[in-house]
Design a protein around this ligand. Structure first.
Ligand SMILES: CC(C)(COP(=O)(O)OP(=O)(O)OC[C@H]1O[C@@H](n2cnc3c(N)ncnc32)[C@H](O)[C@@H]1OP(=O)(O)O)[C@@H](O)C(=O)NCCC(=O)NCCS
Length: 155
């Protein structure tokens, strides 16, 4: 049985370790788990940042998500950004990711956010299928072309 709950500042260490596992699994350059944990501790103390943690019966962490909320000009509430979502390899395809995503969406909605954005690499077809099954799209209703996410330095 896996329990999915909103994470607290006290969960920063385990969140840091899971994010390190995520980055390492996908060969993404990463800071050490301790550095990531420190960042989680700082971010989770802020308004507009929330994390979700999935744990098995022995309190072993098996997945997490990080969501940020930022002010939006398009509506009164904030826009939610799903920054990270990860389930450990051994527990994938058992519905844990779906439950983490569902709680993120519920929490964001409770905080007044009507919309969630997610960036995904085009080649990650499994992950794209996962989000598309959950109602996310790269083409906005009424439009005929895909949205793109551009990234560049600030200066
Ligand atoms: C994407 C992810 C969070 C989904 O969690 P999950 O617990 O496996 O998801 P669920 O069991 O609720 O749903 C299963 C679906 O996830 C999708 N999926 C995506 N990546 C997968 C993977 N590496 N292994 C298994 N399923 C995966 C599949 O579409 C699968 O559906 P299918 O039956 O059509 O193949 C999880 O697979 C994961 O951590 N993947 C690696 C990290 C990642 O890509 N994160 C998203 C960053 S934007």
């Amino acid at each position: 049985m896996t329990v999915v709950r909103r994470a607290a500042v006290e969960d920063a260490e385990v969140l840091g370790r899971l994010l390190w596992d995520f980055n390492t699994e996908f060969d993404t350059e990463t800071d050490d788990a301790e550095v990531l944990a420190g960042r989680f501790a700082r971010l989770l103390g802020l308004d507009g940042v929330l994390a979700v943690l999935a744990e098995d019966t022995s309190d072993l962490a098996v997945g997490f998500a990080l969501v940020t909320l930022r002010p939006a000009i398009w509506y009164d509430g904030p826009v939610a950004q799903l920054e990270e979502l990860y389930v450990v390899p051994a527990l994938r395809s058992r519905g844990v990711g779906t439950r983490i995503l569902a709680l993120c969406r519920d929490l964001a909605r409770d905080l007044g956010s009507p919309e969630m954005h997610i960036n995904v690499d085009e080649v990650d077809t499994d992950t794209r299928r996962f989000y598309e099954r959950h109602g996310f799209a790269t083409i906005e209703e009424g439009s005929e072309h895909r949205m793109l996410c551009y990234v560049g330095p600030t200066a």
